[in-house]
Design a protein around this ligand. Structure first.
Ligand code: UFG
Length: 341
């Protein structure tokens, strides 16, 4: 069995945690990252946690010749493709940047996989493909809605590329994991999320506010049709999410995926409001957060959370970590980055 995995974007937030879980499960990992939204020091954190220093190749997946060299020189059978831009708002302002980066990198990887007969790829998809769903929770059969951002569109188009390639090529298989809202950090506080500039996402904004880097958290809207008026999301612990990639790779290596293209929701199945999340953070970490209600943010859906039955039953994967533990880990990580005692 070939237990070598190429992880693109492996120095990033989800990629680094997945690299740790792969190493723990006995895989040999080759990380490719162009460091456009990550730091070389992350590789040290991975080594400190696992005792193993995975091979690191600084390369851009859009650079076809650089990627070809990697395929020539390494005989991995499986790929996990994280490398992509992910800021929804930026994608609206700079659509071509998103279409080029996210699609060209995927096309390069998939074309090389077919050429070099590498079989398995796990792809980072997103709950954003469901848009403002008509029924909740969403299952994998819930129809995708037209994307509301170029970022979301690249996720839909990438899923289609993988589905069609699997249908056409016998020696190619793919699993798309639709992430809900990944949060938290490794319990060791040696790796975590490192947003550049002002964070777009809720939890890094909360931890930076607690650390005094941001003055106040804005809660975007308290007039949604939910119990407390704030939006509902499905917050999935980053280590739980990382483990989902390991079981997806295992499933493909062991040829348990009869259909060669599969999609799984990766969430907890539990809707949590913005207010609930903020209060859980305060209680878990025994501190008070400065926050205020602000107008709604353009493009936010009222609610989205996962039906995780398929991942639970087919992958044998379950979200395990409690939200309070995840939010404690997020704060530990922020403190370690900022040197706060
Ligand atoms: N929120 C605030 N204040 C903030 C930041 C966020 O109130 O400063 C609220 C948002 O309005 C939303 C919730 O917190 O209700 C979560 O917002 P995030 O930005 O953390 O996450 P989103 O649900 O908007 O987006 C995430 C990923 C996207 C992905 C999407 C799919 O970041 O990449 O889930 O559902 F497309």
């Amino acid at each position: 069995m070939n237990k070598r995995v190429l992880v693109t974007g492996g120095a990033g937030y989800i990629g680094s945690h997945t690299t740790v879980e792969l190493i723990k499960a006995g895989y040999e990992v080759i990380v490719v990252d162009n460091l456009s939204n990550s730091d070389r020091a992350v590789m040290k954190g991975i080594e400190q946690i696992t005792g193993i220093s995975p091979r690191f190749i600084e390369a851009d997946c859009c650079d076809r010749e650089a990627m070809r060299r990697i395929f020539e020189e390494h005989d991995f059978q499986s790929v996990i493709h994280f490398a992509a831009f992910k800021a929804v708002g930026e994608s609206v302002a700079e659509p071509l940047k998103y279409y080029r980066n996210n699609l060209v990198s995927l096309l390069n990887v998939v074309e090389l996989m077919v050429e070099y007969k590498r079989r398995n790829i796990v792809f980072s998809s997103s709950a954003t493909v469901y848009g403002d769903a008509d029924t909740l929770p969403v299952t994998e059969l819930t129809p995708r809605k037209p994307a509301t951002s170029p970022y979301g569109n690249t996720k839909q188009m990438s899923e289609d590329v993988l589905r069609d390639t699997a249908a056409a090529c016998d020696g190619f298989a793919s699993i798309a994991l639709r992430y809900f809202n990944p949060i938290g950090a490794h319990p060791s506080a040696l790796i975590g999320e490192l947003p550049r500039g002002v964070p777009n996402n809720l939890v890094p904004y909360i931890t930076q506010t607690a650390a005094g880097i941001r003055e106040r958290l804005s809660i975007f809207g308290d007039d949604y049709p939910t119990a407390d008026g704030s939006c509902l999301r499905d917050y999935i612990d980053i280590v739980d999410l990382a483990r989902a990639h390991v079981v997806a790779i295992e499933r493909m290596i062991e040829h348990r995926n009869q259909k060669r293209y599969e999609v799984f929701n990766v969430g907890t199945g539990k809707p949590v409001s913005v207010f609930e999340l903020v209060h859980c953070f305060e209680e878990a970490n025994n501190l008070k957060l400065n926050y205020a209600v602000a107008p709604r943010r353009a493009g936010d859906v009222t609610a989205v959370w996962a039906d995780t039955t398929l991942a639970n039953n087919t992958l044998g994967w379950h979200a395990e970590r409690e939200l309070a533990d995840t939010l404690r880990a997020a704060w530990q990580w922020e403190k370690s980055v900022r040197g706060i005692e």
